[in-house]
Design a protein around this ligand. Structure first.
Ligand SMILES: [Ca+2]
Length: 332
């Protein structure tokens, strides 16, 4: 008979080998469950063999104790007060059986962060879930978000430092979807006919569903005339701000080999030239496998004024980018 010592349980608890002939080797498998409070990492189990109830041999079996599931989120979620931002959370099962897990964000009072769907994971499988997290309307600065995975196992959690900004003007939701914009999800070839003069948009007045194209082409895109394209965003400030603001584009995806270089202008002056991050090159087709990124451009306080301000985004080289959301905000 062979048994294992220390874990919460083994299945079976022991195994009998009867009729074992001289020199014969038999193998039995045990399923081992660690205690809920077991330390993670290397562990040693001892297998004992007894004959007629008397111990005759033992062997040490090295094991590694892991969490039932692993959850990882962004290093520091970038959130906007009073607005939902989709936080992508990866969940990997270390369990031996198919399991059902609820992944949720545990957030402060006044915040919301629910993930309504249960996910089913096969052993070793990784899935990414999008959890919309909405900070309280008056939140600003550093905050903490805890991600938790619950199921028929001890709850696994991961605490992340988050940063909450104050929205000034927001268009669309950072929900890892292009659904709120014109031509979504894959009508990029219609861009030249629908937007022959590119995009001109007034925050609070224009409708993103018809006035803002989900895709902004670049000079490398023959389907859009192989030329630079400028998107214009006019936003109103009730009074001149007392600190810098930031233009943020939550990009659903960009071209993988030729992500566009941009010139950002404000009220007629160039604010910054910036290179977007390479994406997965799929977002203009609405396909899975996108690689989102966030573009932040500081708008110096001296360049802003009370009343209407006009920001321009020009693709000066490279190919396209696809918008998830964009806006003007104050970073802490
Ligand atoms: Ca969106």
């Amino acid at each position: 008979m062979t048994s294992l010592v220390d874990p919460r349980s083994t299945d079976p608890g022991s195994a009998e080998f009867s009729g074992l002939r001289p020199g014969e080797i038999l193998t039995r498998s045990f399923r081992v469950t660690a205690k809920d409070d077991a330390s993670l990492g290397e562990a040693m189990l001892t297998a004992h063999a007894r004959v007629a109830g008397k111990p005759v041999a033992s062997a040490e079996v090295p094991l590694t104790i892991v969490k039932p599931v692993e959850i990882t989120g962004p290093a520091s979620p970038d959130l906007v007060a009073g607005r939902p931002t989709a936080v992508a959370v990866k969940v990997t099962s270390n369990l031996a059986d198919t399991s059902t897990t609820k992944v949720q964000a545990v957030v402060a009072s006044g915040w919301t962060g629910n993930q309504p769907d249960l996910i089913t994971l096969n052993p070793g499988e990784t899935k990414t879930v999008k959890i919309p997290i909405t900070p309280a309307k008056d939140a600003f600065g550093n905050a903490t978000v805890t991600l938790a995975a619950k199921g028929e196992f001890p709850t696994v959690s991961s605490t992340l430092p988050a940063v909450v900004s104050k929205p000034v003007t927001m268009v669309g939701e950072a929900d890892l979807s292009t659904h709120e914009f014109a031509l979504n999800p894959d009508r990029n070839n219609d861009y030249p006919s629908v937007f022959p003069n590119d995009v001109t948009f007034t925050a609070g007045k224009s409708d993103p569903a018809t006035n803002w194209s989900y895709v902004q082409p670049g000079p490398a895109d023959a389907w859009a005339g192989s030329k630079q394209h400028t998107f214009r965003l006019t936003f109103n400030l009730g009074h001149a701000p007392s600190s810098d603001l930031t233009f943020t584009a939550w990009l659903y995806d960009t071209h993988d080999a030729l992500p566009p270089a941009l010139t950002i202008g404000l009220n007629g002056a160039t604010v910054r030239n910036v290179q977007t991050a390479p994406g997965a090159g799929r977002g203009h087709r609405g396909a899975d496998g996108i690689k989102p990124s966030t573009l932040n451009v500081t708008l110096p306080v001296a360049t802003l004024k009370s009343g209407d301000n006009t920001l321009t985004v020009t693709t000066t080289s490279g190919s396209w980018m696809v918008y998830d959301a964009f806006g003007i905000r104050q970073l802490p």
